[in-house]
Design a protein around this ligand. Structure first.
Ligand code: GLN
Length: 486
């Protein structure tokens, strides 16, 4: 089978070829492998690839299943039995997952083939994938720029046609922001919609797994496979899972979209602002009614997020002590030396910063002043959204205030990096769903850099934001643009 352009297809385009037996799952995998070998020297999206195991699965794949024979890239924070699961951290360098995460089990049940693990910020802490202890991933649209993060490997792989689709995790924006910066679609499901079992925990009250794909329809297809109740995750909701493709194709008449006035910040890049303004006009021309809304506590979202996320991270990362998993310091003098040096050697600077910050905000003298207060602010942010959703069906904003920034440009200033999430992390605090999709390009230094449009929906209203996103996407050509990778 010679079809070198096959990896450029999206999932919905690939499926009929598989179902009509015009290509076999093995052909698909081999062609994808050739594509990855071509682009990886430039992009560096993957931390590990297991084509031998994938080829075996491809041989037995049932192409009539919903994702039958479709290879999917997996962020290296999600357990795939037998494959490395390093979270891009030295502390888990030699760790292999002993079992499948529920999302992987569900993907396999739908026929998909997890074949490789993608680069990320260490333990998903970051917005550029530069906190990986292993390597830098490059933005396919401009190799001197970041792909976004923390799910930057999955985003870059999909953008570069090095994956038909991918899974990421989003704690404060880590699916939507890299989707925006790399020019793909990324969906953060509502809290509890998708199981976290087998996903290494960063901040348990915020983390969600979701798809990164070339189109909105592909995100709906992956959501159909991964959403739903899981007895192994007590925070996973038992509400029935709709068919997320069912509403795709409906127009936007009767849909009310809110523009939060607090999101019209000073610091937004003018090209981003223009693209969003044009996208809003486009949504209006498709039949949506645009309404001004207010999210009065927006200013406090980043601060509350970085208190709650670090507090939870400090507790979750206590398990990496050199006894049970991964790296272990050599010749410890005593137990404390063993713990101390294992963690000193195993964790990178950003992870340590967060453990220290999180431990501090939970300490008895400061708990009330920081952690408890952040929880109260979180409640106010939730109420802001609840108020807004009384008036509108979804909210519209930029995903990121800027297009992809240069590698190295923000690494020296963690606070600057934290601001990358200014439009995304309130959704995690509130537990609602959000999607980012391409809505144009900025011209910077002779490169076209993708811009992302964010739609936020009520908890469990994924079908609606997918419908709106799909209507917009189909009325534009943005999703058809491919990076030149040079
Ligand atoms: N950039 C945010 C952080 O560093 C969000 C990360 C994420 O969503 N995993 O915490």
């Amino acid at each position: 089978m010679s079809r070198p352009d096959l990896p450029a297809l999206n999932i919905a385009e690939l499926q009929p070829l598989l179902r009509r037996r015009e290509v076999s799952p093995r052909n698909v995998l081999d062609l994808l492998r050739a594509r990855i070998e071509e682009i990886e020297p430039k992009i560096d999206a993957y931390l590990s690839l297991d084509f031998d195991a994938a080829a075996k699965e491809a041989e037995g794949a049932d192409v009539d299943l919903p994702l039958g024979g479709v290879p999917i890239a997996i962020k290296d924070i999600i357990s795939v039995a037998g494959q490395p699961c390093t979270c891009a951290s030295k502390i888990l360098r030699n760790y292999r997952a002993p079992y499948d995460a529920t999302v992987i089990r569900k993907l396999r049940a739908a026929g998909a083939i997890p074949f490789g693990k993608t680069n990320m910020d260490e333990f998903a802490m970051g917005s550029s994938t530069e906190n990986s202890s292993v390597k830098l991933t490059h933005n396919p649209w401009d190799l001197s720029r970041v792909p976004g993060g923390s799910s930057g490997g999955s985003a870059a792989a999909v953008a570069a046609d090095g994956a038909f689709g991918g899974l990421g995790t989003d704690t404060g924006g880590s699916i939507r922001q890299p989707a925006a910066l790399s020019g793909v679609v990324g969906l953060k499901p509502s809290y509890g919609r998708v199981s976290r079992f087998g996903v290494v925990a960063f901040a348990s009250s915020l983390d969600q797994v979701g798809p990164l794909t070339k189109t909105v329809r592909d995100s709906a297809l992956i959501m159909n496979a991964i959403a739903g109740h899981d007895p192994q995750d007590s925070t996973c909701l038992s509400e029935p899972v709709p068919d997320y493709t069912a509403a795709l194709g409906r127009d936007l008449r009767g849909i009310r979209l809110g523009l939060p006035k607090e999101y019209m910040l000073e610091g937004i890049d003018p090209q981003v602002k223009t693209a969003i303004d044009v996208a809003v006009k486009q949504l209006e021309s498709l039949g949506a009614e645009i309404v001004d809304v207010s999210l009065p506590h927006t200013d406090y979202a980043i601060a509350a997020y970085y208190i709650i996320a670090t507090a939870e991270a400090s507790a979750n990362l206590a398990r990496f002590d050199g006894v049970r998993y991964g790296h272990r310091a050599e010749n410890p003098k005593d137990l404390l030396d063993h713990y101390g040096r294992t963690r000193e050697e195993g964790f990178g600077a950003e992870v340590k910063r967060r453990i220290i910050l999180g431990t501090y905000v939970l300490s008895s003298g400061y708990y009330d002043a920081y952690y408890l207060r952040a929880q109260k602010v979180r409640q106010l942010i939730r109420q802001d959204f609840a108020q807004a959703f009384r008036k509108v069906d979804a909210l519209v904003s930029p995903t990121s205030p800027v297009p992809a920034f240069k590698l190295g440009e923000r690494t020296a200033d963690p606070l600057q990096m934290y601001l990358a999430d200014i439009f995304t992390n309130a959704a995690n605090l509130a537990g609602i769903c959000g999607i980012s999709l391409p809505c144009g390009f900025a011209q910077v230094d002779g490169h076209r850099l993708p811009i992302g449009l964010q739609l936020l929906g009520k908890a469990l209203d994924e079908a609606r934001i997918l419908q709106i996103a799909h209507a917009y996407e189909q009325s534009t050509d943005w999703h058809k643009a491919r990076p030149a990778i040079k």
